[in-house]
Design a protein. Structure first.
Length: 218
């Protein structure tokens, strides 16, 4: 299939597992260092992931708060530290229903919802609201569930559930069958699969970004 081109795509990592304020810039990746903060940055790292995504096409820019890490405390701290503006958020989106990606969402909305546009939409898969468990050595542990009622209390314009399932055959977590099953059983869902790349789909960055941008802009 042919994907629509975008003029610019920028991804700012708000929360990640690791932070190194002294690491040098790379060809594409630019670091938030003392040079930008004008002091030693106080960014926090924790298990989880959260991004600020800007997509520009035809002179129009949309800004998406995409995933929120594990806790609201770390996400909102880093959001403020990076100088991001909640008033510019056009959409709130989740990649999947694991707590290390949605855990900070409630804290973000509690802190910033009144500063955000009234008609902000939430995008998430219908399976994101299911209870989640970790199982290892025959021990099953409940690890949370995204609360739909809590999201509705923050008066997001609507809750939509388009689903984009991405995985690689060599992912050691064995996610590809579940991703394919999810896409087959949710109306309007799309599946993107790779033979290699592991859990992070390494080596497919450009294709992944194009897939995500196209999906969010449709």
């Amino acid at each position: 299939m042919t994907l629509p081109e975008v003029d610019r795509l920028s991804v700012t990592t708000v929360v990640d597992n690791f932070i190194d304020s002294l690491r040098a810039d790379e060809k594409i990746a630019k670091r938030f260092t003392h040079a930008q903060a004008r002091r030693m940055p106080t960014l926090k790292a924790e298990h989880g992931l959260g991004h600020w995504v800007e997509v520009e096409r035809g002179g129009e820019t949309r800004r998406i708060a995409f995933d929120f890490g594990l806790t609201g405390e770390s996400y909102t701290h880093n959001f403020l530290e990076l100088g991001l503006d909640a008033g510019q958020v056009d959409a709130v989106a989740l990649s999947h229903g694991h707590m290390d990606h949605y855990g900070g969402l409630g804290g973000f909305l509690k802190t910033y919802r009144r500063r955000m546009k009234q008609n902000v939409a939430f995008y998430g898969g219908s399976d994101h609201f299911l209870p989640r468990y970790n199982e290892r050595n025959n021990a099953r542990v409940y690890i949370g569930r995204l609360d739909r009622d809590e999201l509705e209390r923050y008066d997001l314009e609507r809750i939509e559930v388009p689903t984009l399932a991405i995985s690689a055959a060599d992912d050691r977590y064995g996610t590809i069958d579940a991703a394919r099953y999810t896409a087959e059983h949710i109306q309007g869902a799309r599946f993107v699969g790779y033979e290699t790349g592991g859990h992070l789909c390494v080596g497919h960055n450009d294709d992944l970004l194009a897939e995500i941008a196209s999906f969010l802009m449709r």
